[in-house]
Design a protein around this ligand. Structure first.
Ligand code: DUT
Length: 478
């Protein structure tokens, strides 16, 4: 991206000497910030939850696919504009049922974003819980239209819909102009790509990112888009949504769906799950090596889950109100018994809730007049995630913070006091001090952890990074 003006940042060079900080780039500095709308963020999170990696036995998979022809579903529960829960279908429970069990009466007056139209079994319970709005992605529903049950399910869903107070709808909104391009640029300029360039100055980053994006696009499109217009019209008709098949709405619907899948692919391409890049424990006393027994150490969750959660954090960062740097954070906890993850909270950096556009300073540390700098006003992603958390962080459970930027000195004490046990960061900016914002405590935390590990194993925080290591094999050309 071309950069100009006093607020521009240096483009990372091939050797990685100049660093692009955080997820976002300077295009926000021009006052035309392409931002993800709330509805589209929740929709994208629901799609991404549908493919949340599961621990499934072969028998479980058979239950889902062969017996009932139930499509897995992702679900985002939203209340008062804040995410209350993120769910996906499991081996026995549908996502809707899991949400009912977890949130109970709190579902009243909430909005639910499903990655497919929920089946009648879920719908009746959700309506009964008093939700206000049920939104779904308009492709093959939870009870797949190829199943014999599909027609009966559609009939029941329709009857439930017409007799319910909840508003049931397809919520797709057009993207803000330039957002897809912006996401691609910010993925290109992220720390991960910089690390790749540092490790191999010869590598063609643009080509590599493009091939990752195309790979993600192919796999996400085959899952979430209906390839031909005729088939899509058939799917909609089987769900009694003939009104969506009328032009020009049908064309617009397909276009919006394609654009959202493109954005998701660009975000995914910025956090690739390669075997040679991954989350490494911060134990600096023993530098990680390649080879058996020395691979990535993803902590309490698998590498696949860690990458998945980092993509969620990146999606959240595109809702930022900071004109320059978007940061996203998501906190999950892992139950000590029975396993399984539950959402504690999530957030992005923004001005205090309820403030008006331009009410507070927006400048960075290049602005000499410190009163015009943003740092004393903006709420950090971790701070929002902690303030509006909806789940508990129990000391017996591992609580995992995934954040797209290295936590700053203001956040580290909060994170520690709140009881977060593991931090995953895709940004390696620790040690910087800019006067109004500094990142020194994070480094200290790592050292404390590395030193304290042998004497107080498990009591100190563990911090994992993305992409600490680059083994020179098949990154882009596999
Ligand atoms: O743990 C953190 C640290 C920072 N931020 C947010 C707050 C603020 O909105 C932005 C500050 O970003 P940065 O430190 O990159 O400062 P900058 O002056 O905007 O950018 P630069 O890196 O060019 O100095 O990041 C968080 O949300 N969490």
């Amino acid at each position: 991206m071309e950069e100009s003006g006093p607020r521009s940042r240096t483009k990372p060079d091939r050797a990685g000497t100049a660093r692009e900080r955080g997820v976002q780039t300077d295009s926000r500095g021009q006052g035309q910030a392409p931002r993800l709308s709330k509805g589209n963020l929740f929709t994208l999170l629901s799609l991404w939850m549908e493919i949340f990696p599961q621990d499934q036995t072969e028998g479980d998979q058979c239950y889902n696919v062969c017996v009932s022809q139930i499509n897995p579903v992702g679900l985002v529960v939203v209340k008062d504009g804040k995410v209350l829960g993120l769910h996906s279908s499991g081996s026995e429970l549908h996502a809707g049922q899991a949400a009912i069990l977890e949130h109970r009466a709190k579902l009243s007056h909430s909005s639910l974003y499903f990655s497919r139209r929920p089946c009648a079994t879920c719908l009746k319970m959700i309506i009964n819980a008093g939700v206000s709005q049920i939104c779904f992605w308009p492709s093959d529903p939870e009870v797949s239209i190829i199943s014999e049950e599909a027609a009966l399910d559609a009939l029941a869903s329709d009857k439930l819909k017409s007799n319910s107070r909840a508003h049931i709808c397809v919520p797709l909104q057009p993207l803000m102009p330039g957002l897809a391009q912006f996401v691609t640029e910010t993925s290109r300029n992220g720390d991960f790509m910089e690390k790749v360039a540092e490790d191999d100055p010869e590598v063609d980053l643009d080509l590599g990112l493009l091939s990752e994006q195309l790979r993600a696009l192919a796999s996400l499109s085959s899952r979430f888009l209906v390839s031909s217009s005729e088939q899509h019209q058939q799917v909609l008709s089987r769900m009694n949504l003939e009104n969506f098949c009328v032009e020009p709405y049908f064309c617009g619907l397909r276009h919006n769906m394609e654009q959202l899948v493109q954005v998701l692919s660009a975000v995914v391409a910025g956090v690739p799950g390669y075997s040679n890049y991954g989350f490494y424990s911060s134990d600096t006393s023993a530098p990680p090596q390649s080879g058996p027994g020395h691979g990535p150490d993803p902590g309490p969750v698998s590498a696949e889950v860690a990458v998945h959660c980092m993509v969620q954090a990146r999606l959240l960062s595109y809702r930022t109100e900071d004109p320059k740097v978007g940061v996203g954070a998501v906190i999950w906890a892992k139950r000590s018994q029975m396993g399984g993850l539950y959402l504690v909270g999530c957030g992005f950096n923004a001005y205090p809730s309820g403030s008006h556009f331009n009410e507070f300073p927006q400048m960075d540390d290049k602005q000499e007049d410190r009163q015009r700098r943003k740092y004393r006003y903006i709420i950090h992603a971790e701070q929002n995630a902690l303030t509006f958390r909806t789940g508990e962080m129990r000391s017996c459970d591992a609580s995992l913070l995934f954040v797209t930027k290295c936590p700053c000195d203001e956040c580290v004490p909060l994170i520690r006091a709140a009881g977060v046990s593991h931090i995953y960061s895709s940004d390696l900016d620790q040690g910087r001090d800019k006067g109004d914002i500094s990142y020194r405590r994070f480094k200290h935390l790592i050292e404390t952890w590395a030193c304290g590990r042998s004497i107080a194993q498990g009591l100190q925080m563990e911090i994992s990074y993305l992409a600490i290591i680059w083994c020179r094999t098949s990154l882009f050309y596999a």
